[in-house]
Design a protein around this ligand. Structure first.
Ligand SMILES: C[S@@+](CC[C@H](N)C(=O)[O-])C[C@H]1O[C@@H](n2cnc3c(N)ncnc32)[C@H](O)[C@@H]1O
Length: 308
């Protein structure tokens, strides 16, 4: 497998645009993994970072981070990604153990959960992302000899378009419970695409299914948009998050799901910092203040697409 042995490969979709954000999260997971108090461990993360030309010289250990924990990008935002990984790991495993054996990762990026989590037997993981991102990911995983204990089916699709048929053609069964995750995705989608995505999940999710996603509830003020998290991401690694975030007013996906009969619970990430005893804490002009992690469940007995 040429190119993943330290020379760096053209990572296609991960080397620019929104695909580069997948490498940013992978680097944060690599750093988290090497911390003595890691909240999540992903041994594949650093291999993704090292394999792509765009990120080959990014830090993968806290010791390599300029300024250490005081670095706004790899310190504060990095810890946010570490906490987020752990919280959604726990959510997915809880749902799968409760019987949602179809796991759908929307905007999966370089998420290696199919390979690193202890899934109950019978689970199938579906991951949807851009074709180039998925091709890069599986090239690196193959070079590492990674084997998933459960089937992992990759689906190349533009999540702004219609992807339901591609998922069912890959074997997804809308009559059986499923667990869905949109982690670090909806922020980048136009609001009409987010509404369509929620509608598609509701159509394909049988009763007993669950969904978790991350949103920003409001457009941030100029003060918050000047937060060092954003300026450092742009200056240190060329990821201009503010330019990548969709600029339209956000749809009320929490209200939409509630109107369709789902139960919902929305949490600021700081709730989980308290729960785990580590992670980001609120600060002035906070770029994380508008972030919510939302957990939704469709009642058992409701049919796929029961909503209005
Ligand atoms: C910030 S990364 C998050 C990746 C992963 N969920 C994680 O947390 O590690 C965002 C991902 O969404 C994907 N993405 C964004 N817009 C997309 C679209 N319209 N269609 C398919 N994938 C998209 C990107 O390619 C990227 O992998």
């Amino acid at each position: 497998m040429g190119g993943t042995d330290g020379g760096g490969v053209d990572g296609g979709g991960v080397d620019g645009g929104v695909g580069l954000t997948a490498l940013m999260v992978a680097a944060a997971r690599a750093i988290e993994t090497h911390r003595p108090d890691a909240l999540a461990c992903d041994g594949y993360a650093e291999h993704f970072v090292r394999a792509a030309r765009a990120s080959a010289d990014w830090p993968v250990r806290q010791a390599d981070v300029p300024g250490g924990d005081a670095n706004p990008l790899w310190g504060r935002l990095g810890r946010y990604f570490g906490l987020r990984t752990r919280v959604f790991d726990d959510f997915l495993l809880r749902s799968a153990r409760a019987g949602a054996q179809q796991v759908v990762l929307l905007g999966a990026g370089l998420d290696a959960r199919a390979f690193r989590l202890d899934w109950p037997p019978g689970c199938v993981v579906y991951e949807i992302d851009q074709e180039d991102v998925l091709a890069f990911k599986h090239k690196v995983l193959a070079a590492q000899g990674a084997l998933s204990a459960v089937p992992c089916r990759s689906i190349a699709a533009d999540l702004r378009e219609d992807w339901a048929d591609a998922l069912t053609e890959a074997g997804f069964d809308p009559t059986a419970p499923s667990v869905w995750l949109a982690e670090g995705l909806l922020l980048y989608l136009p609001s009409a695409a987010e509404r369509r995505l929620v509608d598609t999940v509701d159509r394909l999710a049988a009763g007993g299914s669950t969904l978790a996603f991350e949103v920003k509830l409001w457009r941030e003020s100029p003060e918050v948009r000047g937060n060092p998290v954003y300026t450092c991401a742009k200056e240190q690694i060329g990821v201009d998050l503010l330019a990548l975030f969709d600029g339209e007013p956000r749809p009320d996906s929490i209200g939409d799901l509630a109107a369709r009969g789902w139960s919902t619970a929305s949490h600021p990430p700081f709730d989980f910092t308290r729960l785990h005893g580590r992670g980001p804490r609120p600060e002035r002009g906070d770029a994380l203040a508008s972030n919510r992690w939302v957990f939704a469940a469709k009642p058992v007995g409701a049919a796929a697409g029961d909503g209005p």
